[in-house]
Design a protein around this ligand. Structure first.
Ligand SMILES: *[C@@H]1O[C@H](CO)[C@@H](O)[C@H](O)[C@H]1NC(C)=O
Ligand SMILES: *[C@@H]1O[C@H](CO)[C@@H](O)[C@H](O)[C@H]1NC(C)=O
Ligand SMILES: *[C@@H]1O[C@H](CO)[C@@H](O)[C@H](O)[C@H]1NC(C)=O
Ligand SMILES: *[C@@H]1O[C@H](CO)[C@@H](O)[C@H](O)[C@H]1NC(C)=O
Ligand SMILES: *[C@@H]1O[C@H](CO)[C@@H](O)[C@H](O)[C@H]1NC(C)=O
Length: 459
């Protein structure tokens, strides 16, 4: 398993502009519009193991695929399959028993959305690995706009200040802010990593899919409140962890989903805590402390490579070469997907159904400064009238967390999600928070990912 080198990169998840050390280097910004169309996949020799590296191979097959918005793929033999965009960074195609995944090419501020270099392909059982390059029949080259002001942006020193906490508490009626002693002395970089990471800004975010009459009926059939930490007195959620100053929230959110789902599947007879460091160091589908995506980590990596227990590579919160103990058994997951079937298909009803039927969901949302000081209540970010907006130095970053249930505050007449964070147990509601539900607050209903454990007999 070799890590792909992607420089100056995107972070905790829905990555956007790298306001990075490498000025002007931005990750790809490819939309459905840019990617949908006719592609030729140029494929290298097959029959390889998953340890294949895809930076230099000779093309021996060609495969044509037509990608139709939002999720239909058709190959040259008229086989119908599936595809999804993965945020704006790349896409996965599944057709005729094979999967193809690669990141869109970019260089500096230019996105070559018509090109994939060094993608991975294998059959749907995870065998017969090959490398591929993809080329779209029509050009989709775009230059990302990097606002000039980005280079001077800094995380505000007002975070965790008395002034900020007081101004939030004056303006907000749904939630309370507090100062955290553990935030004293944290640097600009620490806050940025905690909130999703440097470069994880978003300028235009995805929306959740509209609720149909059928979705409303589905919601009405589910309980008013539900919490995987207390299902008739039984807790199916693993303990809250602390990511520290590494942009690895995507690993914590994804593996928390995996851990809870193993507990649910085995009625708590297995309670694994998986290695987030294995993800940070060893996953070719993510960028270590610079970010990654739940679809590719709790999903694709967990299916293709499997997860190991934390003891096999304990968390250090630092990038490095892969040091996972190779004698450790790997725990596999399957059927990874975005809720709604593809990126953009998600909404409150489908998320509730997925949480209730399958278990907790890895989701991402936009973190603003005021969120750092959340203490209790139903978090909403009011763009206007809240002084904390004035402290907002880096616009929005993207953070990955775990939805474990939902509830309703009848006094306020507000619905909320119950969400597990990865900032330790002394933050928020013993490490959890509530956030407004049903309004796609901070994008939390736009991109939920899940996968299913493969039952194993190794411990
Ligand atoms: C990849 O794995 C296969 C099968 O385990 C092994 O034979 C091969 O030597 C490995 N190749 C590399 C480059 O590690
Ligand atoms: C790519 O592989 C070929 C043959 O395996 C080799 O001759 C060539 O030098 C390699 N190129 C690079 C850039 O590594
Ligand atoms: C990314 O692409 C979208 C759609 O093409 C565009 O609206 C947006 O401004 C782009 N973002 C940047 C940073 O260029
Ligand atoms: C699940 O575990 C609980 C104990 O926590 C036990 O009471 C219950 O019978 C178990 N259910 C099944 C189906 O084994
Ligand atoms: C690696 O894992 C194996 C099996 O779990 C264990 O016996 C061994 O002690 C571990 N090695 C190290 C260096 O931790």
């Amino acid at each position: 398993m070799t890590k792909t080198a992607r420089t100056g990169m995107f972070v905790c998840m829905l990555v956007y502009l790298a306001l990075s050390t490498v000025a002007g280097d931005t990750p790809a910004n490819c939309t459905y519009e840019d990617i949908a169309g006719e592609w030729v996949f140029q494929i290298g020799p097959g029959n390889n193991h998953r340890n294949i590296t895809c930076n230099n191979f000779s093309v021996i097959h060609k495969q044509k695929v037509k990608l139709i918005y939002p999720n239909i793929a058709i190959d040259q033999f008229n086989n119908r399959g599936f595809w999804t965009l993965i945020y704006n960074q790349g896409f996965e195609v599944v057709v005729a028993g094979r999967k193809y995944f690669g990141f869109s090419r970019y260089e500096g501020a230019v996105s070559y959305c018509d090109t994939v270099i060094g993608g991975w392909s294998h059959d749907v059982r995870g065998h017969d690995w090959a490398c591929y390059n993809g080329k779209k029949s029509t050009s989709a080259v775009k230059i990302s706009v990097v606002p000039k002001s980005d280079h001077s942006l800094k995380f505000s020193h007002s975070i965790n200040s008395e002034e900020m906490v007081a101004s939030i508490n004056k303006a907000q009626t749904f939630w309370k802010a507090t100062r955290y002693s553990q935030f004293e002395g944290l640097t600009n970089e620490d806050f940025i990593s905690m909130a999703g990471g440097r470069g994880s800004r978003i300028l235009s975010r995805p929306k959740s899919a509209p609720l149909t009459a059928e979705h409303r009926k589905l919601m009405a059939s589910l309980p008013q409140q539900f919490d995987w930490r207390n299902v008739d007195g039984v807790n199916f959620v693993s303990p809250v962890r602390n990511q520290g100053g590494c942009g690895s929230c995507y690993a914590f959110g994804s593996l928390a989903m995996a851990e809870a789902r193993v507990r649910i599947l085995t009625n708590n007879t297995q309670k694994p805590v998986f290695s987030t460091q294995d993800i940070v160091e060893c996953s070719p589908y993510s960028q270590g402390c610079n970010g990654g995506f739940p679809y590719l980590v709790g999903g694709k990596y967990a299916e293709d490579y499997g997860l190991v227990l934390d003891a096999c590579n304990p968390y250090t919160g630092e990038d490095g070469i892969c040091k996972t103990n190779t004698s450790c058994p790997r725990h596999y997951f399957t059927d990874y997907r975005y809720v709604g079937g593809y990126y953009g298909g998600c909404n409150e009803a489908l998320m509730k159904k997925a949480v209730y039927t399958n278990g907790p969901l890895a989701v991402s949302f936009e973190v603003y400064n005021d969120f750092m000081n959340y203490e209790s209540g139903i978090y909403v970010h009011k763009r206007h009238g809240v002084q904390s907006d004035r402290f907002n130095p880096f616009e929005i970053t993207n953070h990955v967390v775990l939805i474990v249930g939902w509830g309703v505050d009848t006094n306020l007449g507000e619905k909320y999600w119950i969400v597990k964070n990865s900032w330790g147990t002394s933050w928020g509601l013993s490490g959890y928070f509530w956030i407004r539900r049903g309004t796609d607050e901070c994008g939390i209903e736009s991109i939920a990912a899940e996968s299913t454990p493969v039952f194993t007999f190794n411990n």
